[in-house]
Design a protein. Sequence first.
Length: 271
Amino acid sequence: MNDFMAAIAGESERFLEAIQVADPGAQVPTCPGWTTDDLLWHLTEVHSFWAEILRSGARTDDDVEAVEAAKPGRPQDRGAAIVLFREQTAALLAQLAERDDRAPAWFWLETAQNVGSTRRMQAHEATMHRVDAELTAGLASAPIDPGLAADGIVHAITVMWAWWSTLPGFEFHPVGGVVTLAASDLDQAWQVQPGRWRGVGQSGKEYDEPGVTLADPSGADTTGTSPAAGSVTGTAEELMRWLWGRGPEPHLDGDRETLDALQSAQQAGMQ
């Protein structure tokens, strides 16, 4: 079982260590348009927001808007910004420590409205932004725990890419066949179906967006033995970093249409 609390704490500390040795105005290569200090402020805002979501008991959109409106202002002094980051990270960890994963709590995905969703999401967010900070600082990336990386793969598919499925009237249209994502260091595999989410938004705008779903919605972790049109192979960390847009492409093999559809979804990023 993954220790998400330890991941949030440890990855946040590594994030700050990298931030402190990076040039404040350096561009973040994996977050176009952001500087080092923008990245620092972003994760500060994230920790502040989710700590207050839990503390306030927010459950409705109005509650969430109130939390957003009450967020702290961005410090102009870098030292003060670092102090605020530490304070908000501690606040998030304190709120999570008081609550069971099954306790209800607002979350942006309607099918994941519980504290465990926040705990899990923040472990992966801190990890990916730590990687961002290391890349910005020109540091070698510390390894990601394989178990955490494997969960990050599942989280990308079942949570981050699942957002489109919550929109009324949106339908998933498969493109090509099934792809096996194989983690070579864990002897684990996940089978996914690339395709397009199509529907009409509330404004009347038509959408046709790349996406990925589980090939078998009954379970994310498979043996990868079902017939597949393509495969993506690498360590769990390599697969996670690629899916989250923080690493080079692993080894892809198979039907070109299928792999192109998967790559379109990966390059578009996750909601």
